[in-house]
Design a protein around this ligand. Sequence first.
Ligand SMILES: *Cc1c(COP(=O)(O)O)cnc(C)c1O
Length: 422
Amino acid sequence: MTHSSLASTAAPGPLGARAAQLDAVHDATDRRSAFSLPADVVYLDGNSLGALPAAVPEVVQRLVTQQWGDRLVRSWNEHDWWGAPERVGDLVGALIGASPGQVVVTDSTSVNLAKVYLAAARMRPGRDIVLIDPGSFPTDLYVLQSAAGYAGWSIELATPDRAPERLRELGTRVALASYSSVDYRTGELWDLLAITEAAHDIGALASWDLCHSAGVLPVGLDAHGVDFAVGCGYKYLNGGPGAPAFVYVAQRHLASFHNPLSGWHGHARPFEMGPLYEPAPSITRARVGSPPLLSLLALEAALSAYDGLSIESVRARSLSLTSFFRECLDGLGADVDVVTPAADERRGSQVSLRHEQGLAVVQALIARGVIGDFRRPDIVRLGFAPLYLSHVDVLTAARHVAEVLASREYERPEFQSRAAVT
Ligand SMILES: *Cc1c(COP(=O)(O)O)cnc(C)c1O
């Protein structure tokens, strides 16, 4: 395998000139130097596992040797380990339009979905329908299937484009609408405001999965009156493998949010060690038990890559990268079927291609150093993490895509096998 063409990033030709020009326009949001990335890859999978922020290794090193090694259990107070879930939660909140005190970093997205679903059921007694997109990420569907059993809900499947209409039709039987802001396969950005308002019009609640939008576009949770939201720490937020997730509960719902997992970290006075559960009045009630501090504090360090950046400027860079990718594919005459919407207001931060040999295409690209991933049945998913990708990277990636498709390189036997994780 050769990466020679990846290395020659001084791309000639009109597209090369345009890439350089766009990189100059977006220079203020170029955070490449805040990340440690191998020189020989174009990383288009930051929507699955974000790249390593350069600040993280030193912070984790100090955390392990000093806070854990030297200070031992005293660090809970001395380094405010206890307050870290809320402290990091507020940092995430700033990126998703949540004012302080409504976001906590805790557990996984799957676990936080369970908390939200069961808490929502208690807040809307007597209602027996929950709406969800059948194209949701599987864990959202699986967790809801279990929660619906506890809640006595029946699950109504409605694609996001049809959700407002279905909510109006079903009316006051609906307790909750559970949707994802960006489709994990196609990268389509859905209308969060329209679905949230349609839910509220019939007295239902709206919960949003932000796994593919947190850190790349302004979600505006407070501004749009969203009730609950969850999302991952290890995708565009770059918290590292297995980083804890976040959960948002709007201020107005905190008093009535009953965490079904009523662990001691969510207690109002955990160190009184009393026999009865009494939830903390704050977002702390969404916590359960001891947090994974190494991961949590790695995420805190990772978020420093956003220092001084507005999420609007990050979004502008992201849109420029993804639209330039399409421009490059067109300009290079690549024979591709782009499934991600072309309109800016309908696109997250990825560009997905449909190809019947999608998995082999992805493997051929990875062999060339262009790392994306594959989603069944036929989606080549390319994520554009705006902080560390440039327009020159985008052109490099588009050239490899065009070459792999034109040469049918993906038909080689070595690209036909399937690993456990795709
Ligand atoms: C990645 C992703 C998840 C992952 O959930 P985990 O509990 O972290 O494994 C959930 N929902 C969506 C929409 C995702 O994209």
